[in-house]
Design a protein around this ligand. Structure first.
Ligand code: FUB
Ligand code: ZN
Length: 647
């Protein structure tokens, strides 16, 4: 295969500083929104997902001592079967389950993980190669089609699982298996003569390698991740040459363009978010990691541009992304159809990964705001309130045809939302030696290290149902540091007090974080009050789908209207611009939630004879109710709408 241009010169970032997320196991959600979800995912989602993996034959692929069973997933036109990447699904399950183990040891779950690890180790080839599909079915074809077959995508998820399991239990076996697999990849790929200059079309291994590097501190692990990111999109394309090598015409590529995999140009030159949404988010997450680890401002700058492009032109109000099913990704800017929104759960979860990483490099609430948007909306909608049904696609409009799945033909999403929620603690706080940042609000207690200083924080709040937050600090000895409190972008009036004394928020705020520097002492109390009215949101006029429509949002929570609450399809409603909306907490709604009520108008249909007429419909009053979008499709099936017709 041909050589490609050297990667760009790297200038150091100044200052090379990054906030370090708190260990998720040091954050204990105590009552309220996230405790409830964390418990559900730990107690219901994790065990039932393992059952599904067994029932659906995912774990059977590890029976290396038996001949392979008939395929349970067909081969698609690209040559890929979902079965090629079954390893990724149990890899992600191990990762999600491991996050629960650290604070809540569970011998049964550990036994299940150990059983998978034992089989993986048995299947690992002598040279370290590990991928159940190729080991069992097509060993001669390994590394012949990085464009379509997800080999390193699967290995990346196994690697993330191995790191999480090691960190949770201290057991090295899985980690060592995966280090051997990575050694094999290092021997096979890279710019050195005799190696393949390839990289996997489905990004994932890059960010996994950085996680590995943060455990091993082996520079080869970081170098491999750096190589993969730098090599991506270099021309001539590796995928063209690889296709010719297989005797194929590169022009027959099913997806037509390498933009599908963000491999159409070098990553630092990319300015528009394109292609497959999950791939893009995993790549950009790795780019932020590498921007930090390599002090590389060129990667950071590329991420900043791409983030602004995504959030300014291509993101659903729910935090969903990637409108199109055909490429599981992006189309043109401002193309945000509601009923056909693909908005895959995995993509929203991965946007959470990316935004969170951006905020650690550059403490700017514009990043954390998006993390929060996906957490309360477009990612959380991917799991049912009972914790064992899922959405793969997160539409913003339905006529009742969308139902949650017990499992999915391609079940990448369930384990992805599970790993996000079981590791949620890490997103709440982060620190440097002299700073403590509070990114998310939700009742919890936490222990956070700032260098040698341990801060015990108690956060009391009913967030997201109201915007009052009390933070109590516990310290063994007084300590000077800066407390950074995020003022969410949706909040137009915030008040902060320290031990009862007001802080001038306007003076103290930078990029959406109020900075309070002082000598903190045990028992200090910070109160934050965020005004949380119901906001009416309008979409940019270029989003034709949303013209004349309004979305309701209160604090971080996007609302929708479900037919089951109003007795008619919400598509028939007109919400008057001046309609008063009341907020009330309903303890009986799916574990409790703030709902919006008021009066809207409904288009009369009883006096229509045909499809069209010259007079507009008559409008009659209709009681109105909206519930948080993430809770939709948990009760009677029916129509749903986020963008309501406005009158
Ligand atoms: O291809 C692997 C995963 O399955 C992708 O990330 C998802 O979009 C789904 O296609
Ligand atoms: Zn998915």
């Amino acid at each position: 295969m041909s050589s490609t241009p050297a990667s760009p010169r790297v200038q150091p970032l100044t200052p090379p500083r990054r906030f370090i997320p708190v260990d998720h196991a040091r954050v204990d959600f105590t009552g309220g929104f996230w405790e409830s979800w964390s418990n559900t995912v730990r107690d219901v989602t994790i065990p039932t997902q393992h059952m599904r993996l067994e029932e659906e034959g995912f774990l059977e692929v590890l029976d290396f001592d038996k001949p392979p069973s008939p395929l349970v997933r067909r081969i698609q036109p690209s040559g890929l079967s979902m079965q090629h990447f079954f390893d990724s699904d149990f890899g992600k399950w191990i990762e999600a389950a491991s996050y629960t183990l650290k604070a809540h040891p569970n011998a049964d779950i550990e036994k299940k993980i150990d059983a998978i690890v034992e089989k993986l180790e048995q299947g690992q080839m002598a040279d370290g190669y590990l991928n159940s599909w190729f080991v069992r079915r097509e060993p001669e074809k390994r590394w012949t089609n990085l464009r379509d077959l997800h080999e390193m995508y699967s290995m990346g998820h196994l690697l993330e699982g191995a790191v999480a399991y090691f960190e949770a239990t201290g057991k090295r076996r899985f980690l060592d298996v995966m280090i051997r697999a990575v050694d094999h990849i290092i021997d096979t790929f890279g710019p050195e003569p005799g190696k393949l200059r390839g990289y996997d079309a489905h990004e994932e291994i890059e960010l996994a390698l950085v996680k590995l590097y943060r455990v091993t501190r082996d520079p080869r692990h970081l170098a491999l991740a750096t190589y993969f990111v730098n090599e991506r999109g270099q021309m001539p394309s590796y995928y063209d040459e690889e296709a010719r090598h297989r005797g194929e015409n590169p022009e027959d590529y099913v997806y037509q363009t390498y933009a599908y995999s963000q491999a159409h140009m070098p990553v630092r030159e990319q300015t528009q978010v394109v292609g497959h949404a999950v791939r893009a988010m995993y790549l950009f997450s790795a780019m932020v990691d590498l921007a930090h680890e390599n002090d590389d401002p060129t990667l950071k700058a590329a991420c900043e541009r791409l983030f602004d492009n995504l959030t300014g032109r291509q993101l659903y109000v729910t935090g969903g992304l990637g409108p199109s099913a055909s490429n599981e990704g992006f189309t043109r800017e401002y193309d945000l159809p509601n009923e056909t929104a693909y908005a895959e759960t995995c993509a929203a979860v991965a946007l959470g990964f990316w935004s969170h990483r951006m905020a650690q490099l550059d403490l700017d609430a514009k990043y954390t705001d998006k993390l929060e948007t996906v957490l309360f909306n477009g990612a959380l909608s991917g799991i049912s309130r009972d914790g064992e049904h899922y959405f793969y696609e997160n539409v913003l409009e339905s006529h009742g045809q969308n139902r949650r799945w017990k499992w999915h033909y391609c079940p990448c999403c369930p384990t992805n939302i599970a790993r996000l929620i079981t590791s949620l603690g890490q997103y709440v706080y982060s620190a440097t030696d002299a700073d403590l940042a509070v990114h998310l609000y939700g009742a919890n207690t936490a222990e956070i290290a700032l260098g040698q200083t341990i801060v015990r924080l108690t956060q009391e709040t009913r967030y997201p149902w109201d915007g009052d937050i009390r933070l109590a600090l516990g310290l063994d000895t007084p300590s000077s540091f800066t407390l950074h409190l995020r003022i969410p972008g949706w909040c137009r009036a915030a008040r902060v007090t320290v031990n009862g004394e007001a802080v001038d928020v306007k003076v103290a705020v930078t990029k959406g974080y109020v900075a309070i520097r002082r000598a903190w002492a045990d028992g200090d109390e910070v109160r934050l009050s965020l005004d949380m009215p119901v906001d009416r949101l309008y979409a940019h006029p270029a989003v034709g789908e949303d013209a004349g429509r309004v979305a309701l949002k209160r604090g971080p929570v996007v609302y929708c209207v479900e037919e089951t609450d109003i007795g008619t399809e919400p598509q028939r409603l007109r919400l008057p611009a001046e309609a008063r909306l009341d907020v009330a907490y309903d303890p009986n709604l799916l574990g409790g939630a703030a709902v919006l009520t008021g009066e809207a108008l409904e288009a009369e249909t009883s006096d229509w004879n045909g499809l069209y007429r010259t007079a507009p419909p008559a409008l009659k009053p209709r009681a109105f109710k909206a519930i948080p979008y993430h809770l939709w499709a948990n009760r009677d099936p029916g129509a749903m709408l986020v963008w309501l017709n406005e009158k």
